[in-house]
Design a protein around this ligand. Structure first.
Ligand SMILES: Cc1cc2nc3c(=O)[nH]c(=O)nc-3n(C[C@H](O)[C@H](O)[C@H](O)COP(=O)(O)OP(=O)(O)OC[C@H]3O[C@@H](n4cnc5c(N)ncnc54)[C@H](O)[C@@H]3O)c2cc1C
Ligand SMILES: *[C@@H]1O[C@H](CO)[C@@H](O)[C@H](O)[C@H]1NC(C)=O
Ligand SMILES: *[C@@H]1O[C@H](CO)[C@@H](O)[C@H](O)[C@H]1NC(C)=O
Ligand SMILES: *[C@@H]1O[C@H](CO)[C@@H](O)[C@H](O)[C@H]1NC(C)=O
Ligand SMILES: *[C@@H]1O[C@H](CO)[C@@H](O)[C@H](O)[C@H]1NC(C)=O
Ligand SMILES: *[C@@H]1O[C@H](CO)[C@@H](O)[C@H](O)[C@H]1NC(C)=O
Ligand SMILES: *[C@@H]1O[C@H](CO)[C@@H](O)[C@H](O)[C@H]1NC(C)=O
Ligand SMILES: *[C@@H]1O[C@H](CO)[C@@H](O)[C@H](O)[C@H]1NC(C)=O
Length: 513
């Protein structure tokens, strides 16, 4: 299996305050001052490593696939690899079932394994792509987008085996009324190493994807819950909204992406790629985006270019790898929701296209107000003569999450001092921005990004995504978290790891260690 461990020294916790936690590889460290990296291949080996480290008082942090390795998820890849052995116990009963995976397997691996056996990941998992491990996604509360279906990855977990701070393997069964489970479903890695997870799966299915272009004004003044949630019918032909809606502030448009389920015998063989680029495109995008480091005009030019490119489907058909030119598209769940790279292409970060990330959740009812506030700040930057817009290959991603109860989850209804109605779910404002490779690597009007984050955190009951924000943002957001949930999480943590073998910067900032 792919799970590796970094044994990190204390030095990493004292490093600069603006470190970005994960995402992008070089210059975007997930942890500094790594003392030793182990690559165990069995759960027993992991247990031995943790026992050893714990006995010697060495802090441990689990690590999924290194961000640098996101590089090459093979297109049409049906290769064998050692992680396949770590998937077992598929049980189907009618249209639903379960499978046990070791936590180091990645989403494409599980999806391919299931597809070969007539099964598929459910919607929660179906759209989390690339070489992200299930363990890493469950630990950090990762999610996709849906108000109708569960959207947090850990919502699909039925049971987990966690190696606690003493090196004991603890088995947990799903129980939404149990504090241990409510802690384990977003643990930040602080209860220990998630070794195995039993996840809910479904019979294999196909999916259609559609995209509509909507004027900004309509979304900023609309009722997002009304727009996103009602896609429900009583049978399997259910329709749900998933994946992100993209905001293109330079042209004042949104791309709204919808997906729906079709029977597995529906015709269509579409395959999605989100990050795949040819070397020509990659190098062009890099010079285009770098040109925007000191030029607002250049940023607006590239934003308009990417908007136009993303109006067409980012789907090819699998027989001849030809681009699909019109919406909607239909394909296999795995190909449409996860996809990969097109032949001969590499992911964007292989061309030095790196982004800083910012992702903040608000109750869905407050979504339009938050977007209007962002629009005011964008307009203010223009009035100041330093207009900012989206500077990434995608626009600003707007995602949604159905309520899911987990002490540290982004869509839990548990509220802190600043209350909000989270009962209908959350809207996530996910704003990646290009990091220039030139000069001191500052973004155009860098100060604006700080103003944006601070303004939103101070004016809305926002909750941060645990892997897509800076330490400053985590610190500023603590006031929105529910003190009772933090305390109860901390109590479970203390029980699992009294000697604090497992470390997490986020956990320290929010005071649960
Ligand atoms: C290309 C890309 C796309 C992404 N898309 C999304 C998205 O759509 N939605 C979303 O919510 N997030 C998304 N993310 C963020 C991603 O879900 C998180 O960063 C996730 O935690 C990464 O998991 P990983 O396996 O890479 O683990 P790492 O980055 O190695 O680890 C993340 C954290 O989890 C802990 N951890 C890892 N494995 C385990 C384990 N087995 N047991 C306990 N703790 C563990 C680590 O200690 C660390 O603190 C994306 C990231 C990338 C790079
Ligand atoms: C455990 O620690 C000992 C002593 O430091 C070391 O020799 C051994 O290799 C370690 N074992 C594992 C599994 O890490
Ligand atoms: C991503 O995972 C696949 C499947 O294990 C592997 O073949 C590929 O090399 C991985 N990508 C990288 C760059 O590690
Ligand atoms: C919650 O679950 C844990 C782990 O299964 C168990 O040890 C504990 O007793 C449960 N707590 C309650 C209150 O039932
Ligand atoms: C796809 O979206 C278009 C609007 O862009 C709409 O007219 C069409 O009915 C949609 N198709 C499906 C299958 O939902
Ligand atoms: C798919 O299979 C169902 C029966 O399972 C059948 O009724 C339907 O006509 C088939 N559709 C296609 C497109 O083959
Ligand atoms: C932008 O300006 C900075 C500082 O003057 C400089 O270092 C950097 O190279 C410039 N960027 C580009 C792309 O010209
Ligand atoms: C929440 O409110 C209480 C009571 O007013 C106060 O003591 C506490 O500091 C507040 N907590 C946060 C995180 O702001």
């Amino acid at each position: 299996m792919l799970l590796s461990f970094a044994l990190i020294s204390l030095a990493s916790l004292a490093s600069a305050s603006e470190v970005y936690n994960t995402f992008d590889g070089d210059g975007f460290p997930a942890c500094n001052a790594v003392a030793k990296v182990y690559r165990p291949s069995t759960v027993d080996e992991m247990v031995a490593i943790v026992k050893n480290a714990s006995a010697q008082g060495i802090p441990v942090r689990a690590s999924g696939v290194s961000p640098l390795q996101y590089a090459s998820v093979a297109r049409y890849h049906h290769n064998q690899n050692d992680a396949v052995n770590a998937i077992s116990d598929l049980e189907m009963n009618g249209g639903v079932g379960s499978v046990v995976v070791e936590a180091g397997v990645t989403f494409p691996q599980v999806a391919q394994w299931l597809q070969d056996r007539g099964a598929a990941l459910g919607f929660t998992l179906g759209a989390v792509n690339w070489n992200i491990t299930l363990g890493g996604a469950i630990a950090m509360g990762a999610h996709r987008s849906s108000l109708r279906e569960d959207s947090q990855v850990s919502a699909a977990a039925l049971a987990m085996d966690i190696i606690n701070g003493k090196g004991d393997l603890i088995h947990l069964e799903k129980n939404a009324n149990n504090d241990t489970w409510l802690a384990a479903t977003t643990s930040l890695g602080l209860l220990g190493v998630i070794a195995r997870v039993k996840i809910a799966v479904m019979a294999d299915y196909k999916v259609w994807a559609n995209q509509t272009t909507i004027d900004e004004e309509y979304i900023l003044n609309g009722d997002l819950f009304e727009m996103i949630s009602p896609y429900v019918t009583a049978n399997f032909w259910r329709i749900f909204l998933q994946d992100s809606t993209q905001w293109w502030p330079s042209v004042k448009k949104f791309h709204m992406r919808t997906y729906g389920v079709l029977p597995v015998n529906a015709s269509g063989n579409a395959f999605q790629s989100t990050f795949s680029v040819t070397s020509l495109e990659g190098n062009l995008a890099l010079s285009l985006l770098n040109a925007g480091q000191n030029s607002s005009t250049a940023n607006f030019f590239s934003a308009d270019t990417f908007y136009a490119l993303w109006s067409a489907p980012n789907f090819h058909e699998t027989t001849f790898n030809l681009p699909l030119l019109s919406w909607p598209v239909v394909g296999h769940a795995f190909d449409v929701l996860i996809g990969g790279l097109y032949p001969g292409e590499l992911p964007e970060w292989d061309y030095n296209l790196h982004g800083h990330t910012l992702e903040l959740a608000v109750p869905v009812g407050q979504g339009p107000a938050l977007l209007r506030r962002v629009r005011e700040l964008l307009d203010q930057s223009a009035a100041d003569g330093t207009a900012v817009t989206s500077t990434y290959r995608s626009g600003i991603n707007i995602k949604f999450g159905k309520p899911f109860d987990s002490f540290l989850g982004q869509t839990t209804e548990r509220v802190g001092n600043i209350t909000g109605d989270w009962s209908k779910g959350a809207m996530m404002f996910d704003f990646p921005s290009f990091v220039p490779t030139t000069g001191d690597r500052h973004r155009y009007n860098e100060a604006w990004y700080t103003t944006l984050a601070t303004t939103l955190i101070n004016e809305f009951p926002i909750r941060p995504h645990w892997t897509k924000n800076t330490r400053t943002i985590f610190g500023q957001s603590v006031k929105n978290l529910d003190a009772d949930s933090l305390q109860r999480f901390a109590a479970v943590r203390a029980q699992f790891d009294p000697d604090k073998t497992f470390r997490s910067v986020v956990g320290e900032i929010i005071g649960v260690v």
